[in-house]
Design a protein around this ligand. Structure first.
Ligand code: DAH
Length: 355
């Protein structure tokens, strides 16, 4: 039994053995701490024994005091040794449990991609910003005046039938069928100043739905007005744009056409980017792909924008960005752009236009 008083002293050997056994059994640092408290804490057995020394006769007190202090030192040493072993063990366990192989490849977070129309839009806008055009923006719900009348398409003008409009529940308003109303808005904003040199990109709406037409699509309108602007300026601008978009070998051709807001008017083709002009399925063996409508701004339109057709002239064109995307990336169903099929969209790169 520990703590028994042997003749003339304390059973320090027994105590030391008891402590050793308890420490051996303690398998965590917390258990070791419990052992320490039981023996050396404020109410610990050794502490109590030391406190009890005062009751002994002087002779015995000295001898017992020395023994108890040696015992205390021995106990402290044992505790410290045991703690060291356990701490090392616990550390090893933690390291094993939290093992991290730094040679593993990192996780690649899924990165979003720009929609092909967004990429084409940025590309074209960049081309024109570098040519000194300003970028303007306008409403998708547009008045009949801006969308038709001001553009030389009065109410019973047959040209209105060219575009089946979406009307909205507001008298005199439509979802704009073209970005051309931005020509009038830009002229009004310029207030007669020269030159006017703008592009306006945005959504337009028509009652159309097949492989080459969707009810909502994206146009970019361009308008230049100054003194002495001619067809050559239009042609040069379009050639520069086409080469920047489809490659330096690209050629363009202008076919006479009709738009109410331009005179003369042209439809513009570029050499087919798929076959390089030799003829293929995409260009229906013609070697050419139509990309836009263009022309010299009609005098009536200039007037409606507040400019004098006797003093200034201008050109305008309207480019369909979905078509540009089709030609540039080489796919043949426009609807793919708006079906949100990840397998289609994931084929386009990440921003910098590599393709
Ligand atoms: N607004 C026409 C359309 O949507 C395209 C167009 C043709 C725009 C000739 C123009 C232009 O600015 O001059 O079909």
């Amino acid at each position: 039994m520990t703590g028994v008083r042997k003749k003339g002293g304390w059973a320090t050997e027994d105590w030391l053995q008891a402590i050793a056994a308890e420490l051996e059994a303690a398998s965590t640092t917390a258990a070791v701490e419990a052992v320490r408290v039981a023996w050396l804490g404020r109410r610990g057995r050794i502490t109590e024994a030391l406190r009890g020394l005062g009751a002994l006769p002087v002779e015995a007190r000295r001898e017992a005091g020395q023994r108890l202090n040696r015992l205390r030192e021995a106990a402290e040493a044992q505790i410290k040794a045991r703690l060291q072993v356990l701490k090392a063990q616990e550390e090893a366990e933690t390291l094993a449990a939290e093992r991290l192989d730094m040679s593993w490849p990192g996780r690649r977070p899924p990165v979003g991609r720009l929609h092909p129309v967004t990429r084409v839009r940025r590309l074209v806008e960049d081309i024109f910003l570098r040519m000194g055009f300003a970028m303007v923006d306008g409403p998708e719900v547009e008045s009949l005046w801006y969308n038709f009348e001001a553009l030389n398409m009065p109410e019973h003008h047959p040209a209105r039938d060219m575009q089946d409009s979406f009307f909205v529940n507001l008298p005199g308003m439509v979802l704009r069928t073209q970005t051309s109303p931005m020509q009038i808005r830009a002229m009004e904003a310029a207030g007669g100043r020269l030159p006017v040199r703008i592009i306006a990109t945005g959504r337009v709406y028509r009652r159309d739905d097949d492989a080459t037409h969707v009810p909502m699509f994206t146009q970019m309108e361009a308008l230049v007005i100054d003194r002495g602007i001619g067809m050559a300026d239009l042609k040069g601008t379009l050639l520069a744009m086409s080469r920047a978009l489809f490659g330096p070998e690209t050629a363009i051709r202008l076919r006479p056409s009709y738009f109410p807001f331009t005179e003369p008017s042209a439809e513009v083709d570029v050499t087919c980017a798929v076959c390089g002009g030799r003829g293929c399925r995409t260009c229906k063996d013609t070697g050419w792909l139509e990309i836009l409508g263009a022309g010299m701004v009609h005098p009536v339109v200039l007037q409606n924008g507040g400019y004098d057709p006797e003093a200034v002239s201008g050109f305008a064109f309207g480019l369909g960005l979905e078509r540009v995307a089709m030609i540039r990336y080489g796919f043949d169903d426009l609807r793919l752009l708006y079906q949100n099929d990840w397998r289609f969209l994931a084929q386009f790169g990440r921003g910098e236009d590599g393709m």
